[in-house]
Design a protein. Structure first.
Length: 220
């Protein structure tokens, strides 16, 4: 292949790539935080004694998980304003990613709740705790420690999904990579560097989360 590699233009725009990377991480953090709240509520809903609540939670999970995230992003940003709900591009993307994360975390949390020993519930009732207190102070903390590996994987997946924000001009890493590519025509160099940034960032995130898992692991 007769091609002269020239990474100079990429290095000159390193500040933009770093800025985009920071925004992508921020989008993922905010979205998974909101998604955890949605997932936890829906997980309890799927285990509810009321059939209507179970169906509502299951319907949300099924609908979101079977819809491509890109379709959800475009629907939220372009279709909702036609219904009178106009959001700026960053809030729009966070809303979409949070709802998307919540659907997947619902199943993660549901399986985690099912795995919590019934003895913990009974112990809480035995000392006079209410159901809400048992869930908040006993069940949920134990469940979160058990599902932390799955939660970590979901966070890494969400971070990679932030690259789709470029479709609605959110200035994250992929957006700036496309900008550099268009302005310099250095296609190979730009995407090689950006791919490496994604790989290294995910590797660092995984390492930090695995370390956290070991620290919080319940002794066997």
């Amino acid at each position: 292949m007769d091609y002269d590699f020239n990474f100079a233009v990429v290095w000159r725009n390193w500040d933009l790539l770093a800025q985009g990377l920071g925004l992508g991480l921020g989008l993922a953090l905010v979205s998974i935080a909101i998604g955890c709240g949605i997932g936890l509520i829906c997980a309890f809903g799927m285990l509810s004694h009321y059939r209507a609540v179970r169906w509502l939670a299951a319907g949300y999970v099924s609908a979101i998980r079977n819809t491509p995230i890109l379709v959800l992003i475009l629907f939220t940003y372009f279709a909702l304003p036609q219904m009178g709900v106009a959001l700026d591009k960053i809030p729009s993307f966070i809303l979409t990613l949070s709802i998307y994360a919540g659907a997947y975390l619902t199943e993660v949390f549901r399986s985690g709740l099912v795995a919590v020993p019934r003895g913990l519930w009974e112990a809480g009732r035995a000392i006079g705790l209410t159901e809400l207190t048992i869930k908040a102070t006993i069940v949920v903390p134990v469940m979160l420690r058990n599902v932390l590996p799955s939660l970590s994987n979901n966070f890494i997946s969400l971070f990679k999904d932030t690259s789709l924000a470029a479709t609605i001009a959110v200035p994250e890493l992929t957006f700036y990579a496309r900008k550099i590519n268009v302005e310099s025509f250095r296609v190979i160099e730009t995407w090689m560097v950006v791919s490496l940034i994604y790989v290294l960032t995910c590797y660092v995130i995984a390492g930090l989360l695995r370390r956290l898992e070991r620290r919080l692991a319940i002794p066997r």
